[in-house]
Design a protein around this ligand. Sequence first.
Ligand SMILES: Cc1cc2nc3c(=O)[nH]c(=O)nc-3n(C[C@H](O)[C@H](O)[C@H](O)COP(=O)(O)OP(=O)(O)OC[C@H]3O[C@@H](n4cnc5c(N)ncnc54)[C@H](O)[C@@H]3O)c2cc1C
Length: 310
Amino acid sequence: MDKEIKEIFEKGLFKGKIKFNEPMSAYTSLKIGGPVDIMVFPEDPVSLRNALSTANKQDIPVFVFGAGTNLLVSDNGMDGIAISLKAFSMIEVIQNIENMEGWVTLFVEAGVPLKRLINFTRENGYAGIESLAGIPGTVGGAVYMNASSFGTEIKDVLLSIAVIDMKGKIAIMKKEEINFSYRASNLPQGLIILSTNIVLKKDTPENVAKRIKEFLAKKAATQPLKERSAGCVFKNPDGDYAGRLIDLAGCKGMAIGDVEVSSQHANYFINKGRATSDDFMKLMDIVNARVKEYSGVTLEPEIKIIGKDG
Ligand SMILES: Cc1cc2nc3c(=O)[nH]c(=O)nc-3n(C[C@H](O)[C@H](O)[C@H](O)COP(=O)(O)OP(=O)(O)OC[C@H]3O[C@@H](n4cnc5c(N)ncnc54)[C@H](O)[C@@H]3O)c2cc1C
């Protein structure tokens, strides 16, 4: 596998960095995760397509990641190729949209950090995603996860996405063709988001800045944003909050090894030092069992658990 990948690199069919045996812990907000066989950072769609078709021909598993802020990667690492779209980082205002007075359409590539997009909307006075301020990660990850906060989901402002499949075929999907649900896009397996078109309302930079500031303050007051976490571990069950149920079950502050249930927000598990994926999953099981015992609810993970079993 290394040989084929090295070959496309040497033949000039791949522009970008390639790393071997790269620890995923360096690419996740939890700072947990063993090595992936190969990590690639394609610089353009052609290089991405060449990497995908090489992997596809040889049946090598492919995993695309953004900023790794919703991932729990096994300490045993991952087989195959992890792809970063960091270089897909363009934000552009699309001009000449008919019947759209007062609105603006943006073309945003998947690797753009959500924070950069939020800053762009603040500087230009584009309204609609202020409440997503403070969510870490990339635009690709946000769309894949249908990231949401204070009642707004990223899908609310989405018009369409461009995707590439494992054979390198590119397609446009309109929002209506995507089966979005709470914290999920339910995209068919094997599709990678390349870019998005989103629509925002024109406002003044001052108004947008004010709302962003308010949402950021609310988020900082309720969530442990400065600690190592992957955000909410479990999805909120219908009509309730996972954090409330975990708190009710007396799990705040509970720890296994270096993984601890945050005492600020019980649905955040914190890596206090050298946490392992094993400890993290054990704590998830114990917390889930306690919640089931106290409330009768079985919580569903929101974080994506990936990599090789021990
Ligand atoms: C402190 C903190 C606070 C958070 N607060 C919130 C919150 O308020 N609301 C919320 O919804 N989430 C929150 N999160 C979770 C997380 O930030 C979001 O889910 C974010 O959108 C994930 O983006 P990412 O780029 O880090 O994706 P990753 O974690 O890298 O990946 C997540 C999933 O998306 C897939 N993916 C990533 N990029 C692509 C792509 N280009 N094409 C196809 N699939 C892709 C990956 O394969 C993976 O399955 C928080 C996390 C942290 C650490």
